[in-house]
Design a protein around this ligand. Structure first.
Ligand SMILES: *[C@@H]1O[C@H](CO)[C@@H](O)[C@H](O)[C@H]1NC(C)=O
Ligand SMILES: *[C@@H]1O[C@H](CO)[C@@H](O)[C@H](O)[C@H]1NC(C)=O
Ligand SMILES: *[C@@H]1O[C@H](CO)[C@@H](O)[C@H](O)[C@H]1NC(C)=O
Length: 327
């Protein structure tokens, strides 16, 4: 009996030890679990901000005692989600960045719904991917009108419009002050930022407003603020301007004539190098004697000038005889 009591007692005395062991195991497990749960938390509050077709993804910063947390962004369009086995595209320039925003303008290329995700990274630790609250469609981009100003008040009045990128064309509205019912509207070329007002009369005030039209999403901004400028009177009266123009035309015509004449001369010369036919050639029979006389006279003159130099003398002599023979 005593023995069985003893052994029972023995078991009972070991019991606290087991409890202790069990508690220790539980605690170790909990400790292991808690290091797993300390895994980097994913970014929160992810949203898009898109103005004038420039698209930016934002998220809340993450503070961590262990160091600076970096972020990576990836994007998935509707097509990839539906047909391409859910492929994600890493956002260019937004891999392991410290900023809390990413320019995804180049990733959002069509008018479909896009999913965007961000994850936090610290050393080798990586958080789960966190998804944007609402998918993004670029057709929701906020369109603001461009800044507009008149460049100078010299006619023609020139409007200078803020460049909003290659996706925009501007529609200009302008009118003469007091003639608000006659508004002229003109669509500019894509990318153009300078606009010349047509038929501006000096001394009058003109006003203008501009709309930015985003081509890829076929949407308009609201109208810009109204800007006005008074066109300077041109310093010259119409009569003076007319006379100056006439003078310019006459001078131009004269120059043209001279040019044409020279051109004709040059062409004639290159076709008939000896355009001046000597009179003597025109009357071959009567002139032979005269010509011979002419040449002989020349030879005599030359030979008499250089009597000492035999070589030259010879050459000249030959030349003369050749000439006289020819004749
Ligand atoms: C964002 O990217 C677009 C397209 O590449 C570029 O035009 C724009 O200037 C960028 N924005 C900033 C703030 O860098
Ligand atoms: C943008 O496009 C989507 C899908 O085509 C459409 O449901 C939504 O109404 C459009 N939003 C705007 C502001 O045009
Ligand atoms: C944009 O504005 C122009 C000029 O007022 C207009 O002709 C055009 O229909 C507008 N487009 C849209 C999509 O509202």
């Amino acid at each position: 009996m005593g023995r069985s009591w003893c052994s029972w007692n023995g078991i009972m005395s070991l019991f606290p030890f087991y409890i202790f062991l069990e508690m220790a195991v539980v605690m170790v497990c909990a400790a292991v679990n808690s290091t797993e749960q300390a895994k980097l938390s994913a970014p929160r509050n992810i949203y898009m901000n898109s103005t004038n077709m420039k698209h930016y993804l934002y998220w809340d910063p993450i503070l961590n005692d262990e160091g600076t947390v970096n972020f990576s962004v990836r994007v998935q369009g509707e097509y990839e989600r539906s047909y391409m086995y859910k492929v994600w595209t890493s956002a260019d320039g937004c891999q392991s960045i410290t900023a809390r925003w990413c320019n995804v303008t180049d990733e959002i290329a069509t008018n479909v719904w896009y999913e965007l995700q961000v994850r936090a990274e610290l050393g080798s630790q990586k958080s789960d991917w966190a998804t944007i609250g609402q998918p993004f469609n670029r057709n929701s981009s906020v369109l603001t009108p461009p800044a507009v100003k008149f460049q100078s008040s010299e006619p023609p009045l020139t409007l200078e419009i803020e460049y909003l990128g290659p996706n925009f064309v501007f529609i200009v509205f302008y009118w003469k002050k007091g003639n608000e019912d006659k508004v002229v509207s003109k669509k500019m070329y894509r990318g153009a930022t300078m606009f010349h007002l047509e038929n501006v009369e000096g001394g009058n005030e003109y006003c203008a407003q501009v709309i930015a039209h985003a081509v890829p999403i076929s949407r308009n901004s609201s109208k810009s603020t109204e800007v006005c400028a008074t066109a300077k009177r041109s310093g010259l009266s119409p009569l003076t301007t007319g006379l100056i123009s006439l003078f310019g035309i006459i001078v131009g015509l004269a120059l043209l004539c001279v040019l044409l004449r020279n051109l004709v001369l040059v062409m004639r010369y290159s076709c008939y190098p000896q355009r001046k036919i000597p009179d003597t050639l025109k009357e071959p029979f009567s002139s032979q004697k005269i010509m011979r006389h002419h040449f002989l006279e020349d030879c005599e003159k030359i030979t008499s000038i250089e009597p000492s130099n035999q070589i030259i003398y010879k050459i000249i002599g030959q030349d003369c005889s050749a000439k006289t023979q020819l004749l």
